[in-house]
Design a protein around this ligand. Sequence first.
Ligand SMILES: NC(=[NH2+])NCCC[C@H](N)C(=O)O
Length: 409
Amino acid sequence: MQWAFSPRSKKGQLNIKTQIQSGRCYEIYVCTVQAIAKHLPPSDIVESTSVAGPGFVNIILSSKWVAQNIHNMLLNGINAWAPILSVERVVVDFSSPNIAKEMHVGHLRSTIIGDTLSRMLEFSEVKVLRRNHVGDWGTQFGMLIEHLFDNFPNLDDVEEQAIGDLQVFYKASKRRFDDDPLFMERAQQAVVRLQGGDARYLSAWKKICELSRKEFDLVYQRLGVHLEEKGESFYNPYIPNVLEELTSKGLIEESKGARVIFIEGQTIPLIVVKRDGGYNYASTDLTAIWYRLNIEKAEWMIYVTDVGQSQHFDMVFSAARRAGWLPDAKSNLYPKTNHVGFGLVLGSDGKRFRTRSSEVVRLVELLDEAKSRSKAELVRRLEDNGKLNEWTDEELEKTAEAVGYGAIK
Ligand SMILES: NC(=[NH2+])NCCC[C@H](N)C(=O)O
């Protein structure tokens, strides 16, 4: 027998659908359903029951019972009605855009899903570490910093307005990197200096991160989402020790000049040290798992990104299991990791959501558009029924925001 809330129901209706599907048993079918309806014991929960066609018993839940329970839930909190989770600390790794690049609709989806999961866990009285694992490290900073130095010999002059659109800035430096071999060389040396801790390079890097962060915060503020940043760079100092542990456990092998971990069932290995000796996305993620388990004492780590990253997470989680950090996946024991993958955000043409100039859509603009469209519609409706003058500007703004941003969410 299946129980389901009827999608068409307006009134807390519960359907029981019997499993007898074959036409031959039609009579048994109807009789069974009638018998169920007739013999349901009287209960405060149920207002009325009826048989609806073959196979369905509709049960109308009592409004009084529903109201009492919601009342109880609001007054006494989750403990009054929900099962208690057996975990105390959970990391939800979400949003996580990349510095100097634009935050795109994929990050928006991650932000909303991650925030929702966090809120549900927090409601269940779990301590949630809301992690923004921003992409704030990597070779792209070499070209960005050199381009910054060329345009602003004095770093103190760098302000938001001066750099303008960070994405444009990123593209300009990328163009120089691709077209000018001398610039490319300078950019590569800049990476070495940055990684070596050169103060001037570090402060340029910080400046770029700061500007990006301000831009990201605009989006978080509008959505009312709170996150705590621990970007990729945060884990750098811990990487060597973690890799040493994995080497001593026999996980890391040499392959074509790189250091890799072979994972059962995967055709390609997980590269943890590149051929040039540099660390990458995987070495950072493995180290982040180590940190989250050992320093932050998290029992559950949930990662929210598009499904394109499923293989990466499968491999990183498998490596952590091989290292003995996590129990067997099938055991369902804690500590555990989960990747919550979502699909690509598509436009109305069924292709990846982009603007006409084939750029990714800027989130701030998307949110603005949602708000202005909902405001226009709201004003139109209020004008239609002659009530526009009853609304203050502030009320209009607030409602347009709630409806517009809500629609995107
Ligand atoms: N721990 C992680 N790898 N989190 C997700 C990071 C997402 C990545 N910065 C991206 O934009 O695709």
